[in-house]
Design a protein around this ligand. Sequence first.
Ligand SMILES: C[S@@+](CC[C@H](N)C(=O)[O-])C[C@H]1O[C@@H](n2cnc3c(N)ncnc32)[C@H](O)[C@@H]1O
Length: 220
Amino acid sequence: MPVRSTEWEGVYADGPWLLTRNLVPGAVVYGEGLVRGSDGEFRRWDANRSKLAAYLKRGGRVWPFRLRSSVLYLGAGSGTTASHVSDICADGIVTAVEISPRSFRDLLALAEKRPNLVPILGDAAKPEPYAGRLGSVDVVYQDVAQRDQEAIFLRNFELVRSGGTGFLMMKARSADISASPAKIFESTKRTLAEAGTEVIDFRNLEPFQADHGVLVVRKP
Ligand SMILES: C[S@@+](CC[C@H](N)C(=O)[O-])C[C@H]1O[C@@H](n2cnc3c(N)ncnc32)[C@H](O)[C@@H]1O
């Protein structure tokens, strides 16, 4: 039976599983299991498929996602993680940017059923086209697995309100194939701190996501 988390708003647990309440009852996004609870239907949130779920499984404690949060999600892919964020921020807005037309097609189909999910076919390295209509957001979540992931993140972090939060999912092998993940994570942390963000959490996402880490920062 799903039990509401006391630490993470909008997140539930059922034995070893994390869950979110399904915004579109009956609909499955990536083959995840559905669980019936006393107050609705829940979707299993797989930490091997979603880095945000892996962050929680690895003891992540910073949790800015609220029922009415506005989230800018960069590198949404087909919407696996974005769908869970859309469940959690059910009365908020999740603006999901994706550069690949193939993945965007899936994202678009997902958004047709989810009124709080706004898909944008675009390049997160060039935020100008969507920055204007977005205003400021509570959270930026980035998972683009690109060499220049730090620069992309800092450009988009300008769209976060003061006191807002940024999640940077770092793929070490994307940044530098020869350097050790620990060194890359450390150097990224320094770069973000030097750029004036306040680094408030870091988690290595092993064993759920090989060579991945997450940095969480706050805007002063
Ligand atoms: C690791 S996958 C994302 C998985 C997704 N975040 C999830 O958890 O469900 C990375 C995605 O980032 C997209 N991407 C890469 N560079 C991008 C950019 N500059 N702007 C927007 N999306 C980008 C890729 O096309 C790919 O779909």
